[in-house]
Every structure is written in C-alpha cells, then in structure tokens.
Write a protein that binds this ligand. Structure first.
Ligand SMILES: Cc1cc2nc3c(=O)[nH]c(=O)nc-3n(C[C@H](O)[C@H](O)[C@H](O)COP(=O)(O)OP(=O)(O)OC[C@H]3O[C@@H](n4cnc5c(N)ncnc54)[C@H](O)[C@@H]3O)c2cc1C
Length: 330
C-alpha cells in the first residue's frame, strides 16, 4: 500500500485522512503540519454551514450538493458520537439586508434545515432604528472546529495516523520522506508550495465576546458585521481583507464592536474577551486536482491538491476526496 503524506493538520487535512481510512483502513498516513489545533484558521472560524465568500467559478449546484452531503455527514456524526455532538450543533439565525435586494430568494434554501423570510415586526425587535429592510431566518449546522479537531485527531491517532509538527518548504520534501502520495491541504498557505497564482487572502479579524443570552446568529449581508454564537463564546466580526499580515489592528477591533452594537444593541452589555485573526483561502473555485511530479532525484509521486474550501464543504469534499483517492490508488 502506498504511503500518504498529508501537509496541513487542520480541518481539510484531518477530514481527508479520515475519508481515506474509511476506504482504505490499512493506509499508512503521516500528517505534517506547522500548526495544529488550537492554532489553525479553522479554530478561528465560526464554522457555520452557510455559503459565504464562495468563488465566482463555484457552481451553485455543485455547492448545493456539497452542502447536502455535509449536513448529512455532520448529522450522522453528531448522532452516533457523544463527544462529537458537543462540536456539532444545529443553530438558527438571521441574514440581514439594510437595502432590500433586487432579487430575493436564497439559492441554498433547499439545503437548510429551515428557511423563511423574516417578518417586519421580527426585524424591528433587535434593531430599534429599523435599519433592516429585509431579512431571512434560517437553521443550519455549525461545526466548532476548536472542539471537532481535537476529537478527530484523537480518533485518527487511534487508527495509527502519525502527526509530525514540521513546516514543509517544498512538496518534494514529502516525497523524499518516502511518501508516494502527497495531499496538499495547506489552505491559504498553498501559494507558498505551489505556483498557484489564483489563491488570495481573505483575512478575517474577529472579536471573542461573552454575551451568553445571544443564541442566534446575525449576519449583515450588505455590510461587514456578524455575530455568531459558538458553544462557549460569541464570534463578533469582521473583516475579509486582501491582507496577509498577522498583526491585529486595534482600530479595526473598535470598529467591529461599534458596528455590532449598532446591529444588535443588546450586546452592548456583553464583554469583549479577546481578538483573533485568520486568513481564509480565497480562490475562484476549490482546487481539487491530481498532479504527477518527479523530484530532482527522479522520484515519481502524485499530489492531490485539496484547498480553497471552508469547513462547511469539509465532508463533502472528502467524499470527492474518496473518489480521488480511488484514482490515486488505482
Ligand atoms: C474569521 C473567520 C471566520 C470564518 N468563518 C467560517 C464559517 O463560519 N464557516 C466556514 O465554513 N468557514 C469559515 N471560515 C473559513 C475557514 O476557517 C477556512 O476555510 C478553513 O480553515 C480552511 O481549512 P483548511 O484545512 O483548508 O486550512 P487551514 O485551517 O488554514 O489549515 C491549513 C493547515 O496547513 C498547515 N500548513 C500550511 N502551510 C504549511 C507548510 N508549509 N508546512 C506545514 N504545514 C502547513 C497549517 O499549519 C494548518 O494546519 C472562517 C475563516 C475566518 C478567518
């Protein structure tokens, strides 16, 4: 059996390892990563299964298929595994528009567990100044990666997967370590290992706040603000800047809080307890591609590039990953 080296120890890397083992329980897998949970971008994410900032080349029907599969998979895991069920929850909330969009109607409506247009009275309840002209209320899944990643990592260790903390400087290095198959799940940082010119940063700065009375999410579609409860705190966002610096901007944090308080005045009495940032892997579409390569020393190996997605696509991507793994094992 070929030996597989996965670069990237976050949600896509670990889910890929899991998917490969479902098809090939005997597979030998080593995961190389310079960061593991709680230091990955996925740990920063809100983990909502809700298409957001998807690429212009992503086909809506393909995304719908991935969403359906994702929701099914998350639901299965949450039902059969008590430990996972603390990471995977069902959550409801609002998408809000200050200006009524010309075309209303959510393209992913059929994927959600529940969906309806918000009533005017409902919209006036949380923003006293009547700032929202249109709203949608929906129910979906949420995967809290800071709980899910430790769970899945433990499961993989139990199945013999090895984890190595290491920064990889070239794909060839993994082939030289004896792996004939390399899976590249490095998210935004894939641009450092490949010549992919398409990948670009969508930096997200967020605040962590305590306001335990907020149970729903609120996302301004024609603005930047969002408030999303996770199991232990609120994520208050945010930005999606074309910026790669890892420095938190104080004035951005102040702006995020001010705008969130305007969106939902009820959180004013909450407490900001932290700030975080992560870089989303922006791309016109997900890269799921096989590449056959040869090292300078003449060693042939196969790379499965597997990046440019967000966690909500995780399991469905893995289902695709399974098909790809059949190709690479064939
Ligand atoms: C503020 C914010 C909010 C978000 N909210 C949501 C949301 O609600 N819903 C949603 O679906 N998505 C959300 N996302 C997006 C989501 O976090 C990412 O899409 C997701 O983390 C991608 O997972 P990944 O495994 O591909 O990459 P990452 O999580 O970025 O992990 C990449 C891994 O590769 C490793 N790595 C990279 N380069 C190397 C190298 N050279 N050598 C060794 N290891 C390497 C890293 O250490 C890391 O472990 C959000 C993101 C941000 C920043």
């Amino acid at each position: 059996m070929n030996s597989i080296g996965i670069i990237g120890g976050s949600i896509i890397g670990l889910s890929t390892a899991e998917a490969i083992l479902e098809d090939y329980p005997e597979a030998k897998i080593v995961v190389y990563s310079d960061q593991f949970t709680p230091h990955t971008t996925a740990d920063v994410s809100s983990g909502l299964v809700l298409p957001y900032l998807f690429g212009e080349c992503d086909n809506v029907n393909t995304l719908k298929g991935w969403m359906d599969m994702t929701i099914k998979q998350l639901s299965n895991v949450a039902h059969i595994d008590e430990e996972a069920s603390s990471a995977i929850t069902v959550i409801s909330g609002y998408k809000l528009w200050k200006k009524k969009p010309i075309e209303t109607g959510e393209p992913f409506q059929s994927c959600f567990l529940g969906f309806r247009e918000a009533a005017p009275l409902e919209l006036s309840q949380f923003s006293a100044d009547g700032r929202y002209a249109h709203g949608e209320f929906l129910t979906t899944f949420q995967c809290d990666c800071s709980k899910y990643l430790p769970y899945i990592m433990k499961k993989l260790i139990g199945k013999g997967v090895q984890f190595v903390e290491k920064k990889i400087s070239s794909l060839d290095d993994i082939a030289h370590l004896g792996h004939s198959i390399v899976v590249n799940t490095t998210g935004f940082y894939a641009h450092l290992l490949t010549d992919d010119k398409e990948i670009r940063p969508y930096k997200g700065q967020i605040l962590i706040a305590k306001a335990p009375w907020v149970k729903h999410f609120f996302i301004e579609v024609d603005g930047d603000s969002y408030i999303i409860p996770k199991s232990d705190y609120l994520v208050v966002g945010g930005t999606h800047d074309a910026d790669t610096s890892s420095i938190l901007n104080k004035s951005t944090s102040i702006k995020i809080w001010k705008e969130a308080c305007e969106m939902l005045p009820g959180i004013r009495t909450g407490t900001v307890i932290g700030e975080r940032l992560g870089i989303r892997p922006g791309r016109s579409s997900v890269r799921m591609e096989l590449e056959h390569r040869r090292t300078k020393c003449g060693k042939d190996y196969t790379v499965l590039h597997h990046y440019g997605q967000w966690p909500c696509r995780v399991r469905s991507i893995c289902a695709l990953g399974k098909r790809k793994s059949s190709i690479i094992f064939a």
